[in-house]
Design a protein around this ligand. Structure first.
Ligand SMILES: [Ca+2]
Ligand SMILES: [Ca+2]
Length: 196
């Protein structure tokens, strides 16, 4: 049998979030965007899972706009979650962490973390840090994030540019995708999962 590419997607233009398994406050607004509202200081982590957890290799893509008070967000992949305990999930996150500074970036970083039963690992090795130029703006501007998930290797892109790459010697091999926000408000749109 010939393998064929397939895509599942949600642009939220039907004004609902059917198919998403949500932890915390999520809402589809009247403009057909998927928003997680939160206080910048007190709001807890919010997650939402989507897609067939038997999937192995795929590209997952989303457009995201961060409010200035946001503390960041993540794009999940290869995630398996417990429907009765939405915190208990294992897989990976490709994240933007505004507060994360490194020797190569004082404006936060795009990183991978492994998630095991809900808890995230340290920053995974082998990533490249984006060094944002002065005119590059993350907040209040829509950017497209994508992760290419292939075997043991994951590549993260922002607006089509590779910003992080990781190879896991002992990878999770299948799982769905999703979104993660901690503190502040993030607006998402045009989410898709495409198999090769
Ligand atoms: Ca929908
Ligand atoms: Ca939309």
């Amino acid at each position: 049998m010939e393998e064929t590419s397939s895509t599942v997607s949600d642009n939220f233009d039907d004004l609902n979030s059917d198919g998403w398994d949500e932890m915390g406050d999520w809402e589809v607004n009247d403009q057909g965007q998927y928003v997680s509202y939160g206080d910048s200081r007190r709001s807890r982590e919010r997650r939402s899972y989507f897609g067939d957890e038997d999937l192995t290799d795929y590209d997952v893509t989303v457009k995201a706009t961060l409010d200035p008070d946001s503390w960041g967000f993540g794009l999940y992949f290869r995630m398996q979650h417990d429907e009765n305990n939405l915190y208990d999930a294992s897989g990976y996150a490709f994240q933007y962490n505004p507060g994360l500074a490194s020797r190569n970036s004082e404006r936060g970083g795009f990183i991978f973390r492994k998630v095991t039963h809900g808890r995230e690992s340290a920053v995974l090795g082998g990533v490249n840090w984006r060094t944002a130029d002065e005119n590059w703006k993350w907040f209040e501007q829509e950017h497209e994030l994508r992760v290419s998930v292939r075997g043991d290797t994951f590549i993260g892109y922002v607006d089509g540019e590779e910003v992080a790459r990781h190879t896991d010697s002992n990878p999770y091999t299948s799982g769905g995708a999703g979104l993660r926000v901690w503190r502040g408000t993030v607006t998402f749109d045009d989410f898709s999962i495409t198999t090769p």
